[in-house]
Design a protein around this ligand. Structure first.
Ligand code: ATP
Length: 228
């Protein structure tokens, strides 16, 4: 079943148009990689889906509901858990308080989150501001999961982190996939991203240039749309 369906999505920053008709979908239990070089519209697409781009048009349906005109908090409540670029947590709350502030009933609880990220469990009483960047990122993912979303969106969740922590985060993403979570993910580490993706959607100048399975992503496609 299709969980998220985006059609002809356009979005602008003031007078400057960034998306020119993006089409994509995420099925129940599917992991979709949203790809493309810098500035091609990945973050803008995510922000528009989450209701964070006031100037947007087209059609977005989530869990069978038309959400193109919904406010971001309503979309979140319908079940989209966003981990935005740049890991936002409450610095002056503890790990536990950060997680509980986001909690909604479901399988994700303090216990299951510390199963996914043992480091967070060990640091439950620590203030978020005292965590390393990687731990803060885990906390940001934990917070999104605590809302028990039907769709998790990860925007550059491993960017700028130490290699060991990146491995922990990829391990968590693989485990989420194994558990049947639906995920839309943006990440620059192709060697980790492609093995977890069921499908890739490649953006070029605010529109979809290519879509297919990771094993269909030829060197030519990579050079043309993803090369530096
Ligand atoms: P990156 O990997 O660099 O984050 P991206 O694919 O996520 O790239 P977007 O951040 O969505 O790309 O940017 C798409 C376009 O919108 C770019 O041309 C960018 O310059 C423009 N843009 C992004 N944010 C703003 C903003 N706050 N104001 C004006 N233009 C913006």
């Amino acid at each position: 079943m299709t969980l998220l369906s985006v059609q002809r999505l356009e979005a602008s920053y003031g007078a400057s148009q960034a998306l020119f008709g993006v089409d994509l979908s995420v099925g129940e239990g599917e992991v979709v990689a949203l790809m493309g070089r810098n500035g091609m519209g990945k973050t803008t697409t995510i922000r528009a889906v989450c209701g964070l781009m006031p100037n947007r048009s087209g059609a977005i349906s989530f869990a069978g509901r038309d959400v193109i005109r919904e406010k971001s908090f309503r979309i979140a409540r319908l079940g989209i858990g966003l981990v935005p670029e740049g890991r936002r947590c409450f610095a002056n709350l503890t790990v536990r308080e950060n997680l509980l502030a986001a909690a909604r009933p479901g399988k994700w609880t303090l216990d299951t989150i510390s199963g996914l990220f043992p480091r967070l469990g060990e640091r439950e009483g620590q203030y978020a501001r005292t965590l390393s960047g990687g731990e803060q990122q885990m906390l940001a993912i934990g917070r999104a999961l605590m809302t028990n979303p039907r769709l998790l969106i990860l925007d550059e969740a491993t960017e700028g982190l130490a290699p060991v922590i990146r491995q922990d985060i990829w391990r968590a993403i693989r485990s989420l996939k194994t558990n049947g979570e639906s995920i839309l993910v943006v990440d620059k580490t192709m060697s980790e991203l492609l093995p977890v993706a069921d499908r890739c959607v490649v953006l070029e100048k605010g529109a979809v240039a290519w879509t297919g399975r990771p094993d269909e992503l030829t060197a030519q496609v990579q050079d043309r749309y993803l090369g530096v």
